[in-house]
Design a protein around this ligand. Structure first.
Ligand code: CP3
Length: 347
């Protein structure tokens, strides 16, 4: 047992020598080396140039003892392959154009081919695997159908989702068609990432928490069940959502291997809602990294003590790390996670 397989073993609820830890958005603006590279290239160029995407993927691993790498990209990029324009303008929220407005817009979406539309990403995955040389596993990812639909319909995704929910309630057949098309895309996209070397995949359902449990069950769950039924199950599949403690029982029914949860409920309470079936990933509040080390240590130990000697915990934040996060707190957090399990003894 070693650092190289801690993460994958925990995803499968197998014993590990220490709790594995990685951080959502671990490659990004809180790192000076990212900001430096980024000052010479647009975000799109970083994503679409395999050598640069791999460099950014590896940056946090040079600095910290992380137990997994996540390929550098963005959940919105495959929407280009469906015929939409995606932009990440400086200082603005990402935008998808034109926003979907009519049934016709949805009928006209093109079908996505990973090899044709995102060869740069598949190449980056293969290159990253080569550079990582088995040191730590590589995670691939996708947005979930509902979250992608949010960005396609509501420029202000995450607001009250007026347009998105209006479509859902007034034209359920069209809404279902959109989610069906997106589910097809996500399946093709993630299976291609796995075929090119991704050793685990994470599905980000960032906006699912805006739905009631009743609506999630009716409008979203059937697509998620098909997604996880069809996805290559030879690698661990993580399902992550924010503000979705009320959906945990339903998310468990998707058949995901690992459930990623935020900090709103204590980790053991979230896990018990899923009856400890999947492995669990989380769940430190990213803002805890702004507290003094002593406070941070208390929060980290609280998460770990809630896991106790159970197998199947991957330590992570409950959402992405923020750009102004102090780097020394990140290093401190990672060391603490690795040491604490040793104190508890191997399980
Ligand atoms: O985790 C990683 O290190 C891998 C890279 C990654 C990015 N985005 C890079 C990125 C991942 C996994 C994502 C996922 C993503 N993208 C999500 C789901 C996760 C979540 O945060 O809930 C969502 C909703 C997006 C859409 C997106 N992309 C937003 C809302 C933004 C702007 C907000 C922000 O953080 O700036 C982006 C841009 C983006 N994606 C950046 C990075 C590093 C910042 C780009 C820059 O350098 O200017």
């Amino acid at each position: 047992m070693s650092r190289s397989d801690r993460f994958l073993r925990a995803c499968r609820k197998q014993a590990t020598d220490a709790t594995p830890v990685w951080i959502m958005r671990q490659a990004g603006r809180y790192l000076p080396e990212y900001r430096s590279l980024r000052s010479h290239h647009t975000f799109m160029t970083l994503c679409k140039t395999p050598e640069l995407a791999v460099e950014v993927t590896i940056q946090p691993l040079r600095r910290f003892e992380l137990d997994a790498a996540i390929i550098f990209s963005d959940i919105l990029l495959p929407l280009e392959g469906m015929g939409l324009e995606v932009s990440f303008a400086e200082g603005k929220k990402p935008a998808v154009n034109p926003p979907l407005r009519t049934a016709d817009d949805i009928h006209q979406l093109q079908s996505f081919s990973p090899e044709e539309h995102m060869p740069y990403l598949l190449e980056a995955i293969a290159l990253a695997r080569r550079d990582l040389r088995g040191k730590v596993p590589l995670i691939g990812f996708s947005g979930a159908p509902f979250t992608l639909a949010s960005y396609m319909i509501d420029p202000d995704a995450g607001g009250n989702q007026l347009r998105l929910k209006s479509l859902m309630y007034r034209e359920p057949v069209i809404f279902q068609l959109l989610l069906e098309k997106l589910t097809d895309m996500v399946i093709a996209y993630l299976n291609a990432q796995i075929a090119h070397g991704a050793q685990a995949v994470q599905v980000f359902d960032t906006w699912a928490g805006t739905l009631s449990a009743v609506d999630y069950k009716e409008f979203v769950l059937p697509h998620m069940v098909r997604l996880f039924d069809t996805l290559d199950a030879s690698v661990p599949r993580i399902l992550f959502a924010v503000g979705s403690s009320h959906l945990i029982r339903l998310m468990d029914r998707t058949g995901c291997d690992v459930l990623g949860v935020d900090w709103r409920l204590p980790l053991d309470e979230s896990w018990s809602l899923a009856q400890f079936r999947p492995a669990i990933q989380g769940n430190l509040d990213p803002l805890a990294l702004f507290g003094p080390h002593q406070y941070l240590a208390g929060r980290v130990r609280d998460v770990l003590s809630r896991v106790g000697t159970r197998r199947g915990h991957v330590f992570n934040l409950g959402h992405g790390i923020l750009p102004s996060t102090p780097l020394d707190s990140v290093a401190f957090l990672i060391d603490l996670v690795h040491q604490s399990r040793l104190e508890l003894g191997e399980t």
